[in-house]
Structure formats: C-alpha cells, structure tokens
Design a protein around this ligand. Sequence first.
Ligand code: ADP
Length: 265
Amino acid sequence: VESDDEIGILADTFNNMASQLQMTLEEIKKSEALRREFVANVSHELRTPLTSIRSYAETLTENNDIPKQMEDDFLHVILGESERMTKIVQDLLELSRFDAGNTKLAIEQFSLETSVHDVSQAIALEAQKHGHRIGISLEKDFPEIFGDRARIEQVLLNILSNAVKYTPDGGAIDITGGRTGGRVWVKIKDTGIGIPEEDLSRIFDRFYRVDKARSRESGGTGLGLSIAREIVLRHGGDILIESAVGHGTTVTVVLPVEGPNREQA
Ligand code: ADP
C-alpha cells in the first residue's frame, strides 16, 4: 500500500511539473511574440522620421535653386524629426533600464502638494494657450510622501500634458488629491476627447495610441504612459484610467505614503 502511495505521489508530482512546464512554455511564447511586436514597433517608429529626414535632405542636396524660405522650412522639418527620434530613443532607453531593473529610485521625503503645484505651473502656459482652466483641490490631510520626487513629477507632468493635448480648446482640467490610510491618491480629470472602451486596456502598452496622427502632431511617442506606469509600479503604487468618449478622461495615481519597500526600490 505504501509503495502504491509513493507511486501516486510521484505521478502527481510529475503531472504538476509537466503542467508547470507547459505554462512556462506558453509564457515564453507569449513574451517572445510581445518582444517581436515591440521590435517591429520600434523599427517603424524610427523609420518614419528617418524617411522624412532623408527625403528632405535629398531634395536640398539635389536642387541648387530652392528658395530661401523653402530651404528654411525643410531644415526645420529635418530638425524637428531628429528631435523626435532623439525623444523616442531616450524614452526607449529609460524603459529598457526599467526592464533590466537598472533604475535606482532616489527616495526622499517631499511635499507632493508642492510637486502638484510645480507641475501645474510648468504646464500653465501651454494650457493657457488652449484656453484650458486648471483647478487644484487637495484634501487637508494630504501628506508628505517618500518617493523619487523627480520621477513622480515626471509622471504627473505626463498625465497633465496628455490632459492638455487631448482636450479641445477651452477645457477644464481638475486635479484633486487626498489620503486613504497609508496611501495618497492624485486624480487628474479632463473634459477631453476621451478614450474608446476597447482601447482602454491597451493604453499603457508601449507605442499604443488611439490616434497616431494626433499624437504625432503634438509630439507624442506613445511611450509616456508606459513610462509613467513603470515609475508608479516601482514605487509600489498603482495607476488607473477611466474614460468616456466625448466626455473626458480621469487618471488616478495611487502611491504609498511611506514609499516603496526595499525590493521595489
Ligand atoms: P502619447 O505620447 O501618444 O501621448 P501616451 O503613452 O502618453 O502617449 O498616451 C498613449 C495614448 O493614450 C495617447 O496617444 C492617446 O491616444 C491616449 N490618451 C492618453 N491620455 C489621454 C487623455 N487624457 N485623453 C484622451 N486620450 C488620452
């Protein structure tokens, strides 16, 4: 009887191992597919500005009688597209450092309230240009937190500049914040174009954009929210998005007051 038991246990163990192996294989296949898609995206995103740089540069070298104004315009495009490529490469490098776990957070205690005000100050001119009103309302017990101040501000700026970019002129952007137990939350709500339900789950994916042309026009790379998400997760926090097409979008960032635990930092 005892040996029957042992065989039974052995068989169970073997079955468990086999199904675990199967799962691991599926995960590898999935991540391999994602990696391929990512490389294809990177190539495409870099090729687009490169093609345009090349064709403008060719036109300039092949024609000696281009009017000065046109020449300036072409050079302007070349410069703009190179800047775009630089931005994409910088964002990719930052993401790959996160993937490799090579990003050290510089944790300090700081006033998130000051950060919220600084960031909204930084975007105020751009918002004004579009006739947007930015309101800030933080609860009284809004605490100081532990975190990487520069990176948290980068997250807030990214969300806020999306709110500005994807809201038709004359919109309202409301920043609210408060504390729930050991966590602080900041909500950035806009009255913009919104995000279709079917795109919401992919919005944090690298290079994912609802409207590529619109994002490109406003200097977007489609990497902003992916980076924001990495930063927030590394802090042991969470980032959530709700949206209704034609009504607006609300992005909520939740962070632990005490900062990331050791493993995360
Ligand atoms: P991008 O550089 O294109 O802005 P992000 O990663 O910051 O890239 O955002 C990804 C996409 O999510 C955007 O291209 C846009 O389609 C959508 N999006 C982000 N924020 C908003 C918002 N506040 N309102 C509407 N759409 C948004």
